[in-house]
Design a protein around this ligand. Structure first.
Ligand SMILES: NC(=O)c1ccc[n+]([C@@H]2O[C@H](COP(=O)([O-])OP(=O)(O)OC[C@H]3O[C@@H](n4cnc5c(N)ncnc54)[C@H](OP(=O)(O)O)[C@@H]3O)[C@@H](O)[C@H]2O)c1
Length: 251
């Protein structure tokens, strides 16, 4: 089975391509760096020749509201149209747990648009909803920083290591399409502001996190259920301490 991984040079994509090859499959990384661009369409038809499954783990280079929405709309339309021409039989995409509860956020309006295009395209699909990656904690710190202050919500999160995400994506790629969404999460449910405080302490950053239920997460207000999965998610094995001791200190 031949798999094309759009965003195959990124954090998840590069791990996924490696895993699929280790499992004996033909997997190819596609991204602007390899001459395949879902925004301009460059290289798409050639890259899709003979491909059975496409995995989309691309991300918008800009997190500015309009740029994200345009990225996921244009990329999704171009990619799904090219897949239909090429006769692709399974489209797998990575999105975020709670995406549909986060429409106040420009980033998540982009993810909602991406998912709507997939559902409407008529190609058998699997959407994997993941919680936040531990690798994204630095990005969360940045997003919550205003001047000298870091303000974050105490809402629950259940973050996951990118290695566990890549394993789940490999399994979804090799399984039959579910024509729906599956959820994956890390092994521990914790409060966002407390986790980020732990992360800062471990990285030697002396700043204090202000816990604020009104602090927005990429533009959206959170409650305790917004970012955590429903019943029966697939759980990763790597907890925060293990992740940090293996790779967090390098971030
Ligand atoms: N961060 C989180 O906590 C989290 C949680 C759940 C789900 N997700 C989702 O996970 C996905 C992957 O995230 P990631 O952190 O692995 O991303 P990443 O490391 O930022 O990688 C993004 C990838 O997208 C590619 N790309 C950018 N523009 C493209 C274009 N025009 N055409 C084709 N490819 C393009 C990049 O290619 P180049 O290297 O060539 O630029 C790169 O391979 C995202 O969709 C995100 O929404 C993230």
């Amino acid at each position: 089975m031949k798999t094309l991984v759009i965003g195959g040079t990124g954090l998840i994509g590069s791990k996924l391509v490696k895993l699929l090859i280790e499992r004996g499959h033909d997997a190819i990384a596609a991204s602007p760096a390899t001459g395949v661009n879902t925004i301009t369409g460059e290289g798409l038809d050639v890259a899709l020749a003979g491909v059975d499954t496409v995995v989309d783990v691309a991300n918008s280079p800009s997190f500015e509201d309009r740029a994200v929405l345009e990225f996921f709309q244009v990329s999704g339309r171009n990619l799904l149209a090219a897949e239909a021409r090429a006769g692709v039989r399974h489209h797998v995409a990575l999105s975020v747990v709670g995406t549909h509860r986060l429409a106040e956020s420009g980033y998540f309006r982009g993810k909602i648009a991406q998912e709507q295009l997939i559902v409407a395209a008529g190609i058998p699909y699997t959407i994997v909803h993941s919680t936040q990656f531990f690798e994204f904690l630095g990005g969360i710190v940045q997003s919550g920083t205003q001047g000298d202050e870091i303000r974050l919500s105490p809402a629950f999160v259940q973050p996951i290591a990118s290695d566990d995400v890549a394993q789940a994506m490999a399994d979804a790629t090799l399984a039959a399409p579910v024509n729906g969404t599956v959820e994956i999460a890390g092994p521990e449910r914790v409060r966002l502001a407390e986790l980020v405080q732990r992360y800062l302490r471990k990285t030697g950053d002396a700043r204090r996190v202000q816990t604020d239920p009104g602090a927005r997460y990429f533009g959206a207000l959170l409650d305790d259920d917004t970012l955590v999965p429903g019943s029966g998610p697939r759980l990763g094995k790597i907890d925060f301490e293990t992740w940090f001791s293996q790779s967090g200190a390098k971030k």
